[in-house]
Design a protein around this ligand. Structure first.
Ligand code: PRP
Length: 220
């Protein structure tokens, strides 16, 4: 059970996890057997490090587990860090993994001749309503966001919203759905997320973990 662990590290399922595993190995952290088996339905795993446990959660929930102190540390995409923007969290380290970008996209036939600098109001389907509103507000554009949890590429075609804001990696998902990138919002990579209160109350332990992971990132 999670309660038995002195330190809990929250890791996201999916593509970041694959890239995070070698990094954790360099930091000397090896999860118990079954952790990388998607058929294994457990959510909590022990590691080779005494007192260190790992929880496997949805990528969108990592920052929330850390902010509420349910996990002491986490690995989250900077998209998630920006969307939730928890004042309780501190993200001291770019891990150099999970690299992609967050973009505004729209149907290719409209996007070819569109000029984002002329927009005054946009309707957007996205998993990232807060980040999207902040981005557009900063450049004086009013954004009406429809929150979806996936498949937003369908939204323009079905009249839900004219544009989408989503992660783009290879660009295949956009292309396969007749969309093109029209505005870059941010480059994304994964970050180490730490609970600020935890760092304040246990500076040696938490600082030690930050340093250990920093060395693994830098290859020291
Ligand atoms: C992300 C994103 C796009 C896709 C982009 O989804 O939401 O759908 O990846 O990648 P591409 O540019 O290489 O095609 P993800 O696979 O993470 O799953 P999700 O739909 O559950 O968010």
């Amino acid at each position: 059970m999670t309660k038995n662990f002195d330190i809990v590290l929250a890791l996201p399922k999916g593509r970041i996890l694959k890239e995070a595993m070698p990094l954790l190995a360099r930091a000397g952290i090896e999860p118990e057997a079954g952790f990388d088996d998607e058929q294994d339905r457990r959510l909590t795993f022990a590691t080779n490090v005494e007192g260190l446990g790992i929880i496997r959660v949805r990528s969108f929930d990592v920052a929330t587990f850390v902010a509420f102190g349910a996990a002491h540390l986490g690995i989250a995409g900077s998209d998630v860090v920006m969307e939730f923007d928890y004042p309780e969290n501190y993200s001291p380290l770019d891990l150099g993994i999970g690299k992609c970008r967050i973009m505004v996209a729209e149907p290719a036939d409209i996007g070819m001749d569109d000029d984002p600098s002329r927009w005054s109001h946009v309707s957007v389907a996205t998993k990232y309503p807060e980040l999207t509103k902040r981005h557009f507000a900063a450049r004086g554009v009013q954004a009406e966001c429809i929150k979806l949890n996936g498949a937003m590429e369908l939204a323009p075609k079905l009249g839900l919203a004219r544009r989408i804001v989503d992660l783009v990696d290879t660009g295949k998902t956009l292309k396969d759905n007749g969309l093109i990138e029209v505005e870059h919002i941010a480059d994304i990579s994964s970050r180490l997320v730490v609970n600020r209160a935890g760092l304040k109350t246990r500076p040696e332990v938490m600082g030690g973990w930050i340093q250990r992971i920093r060395e693994a990132v830098n290859g020291d």
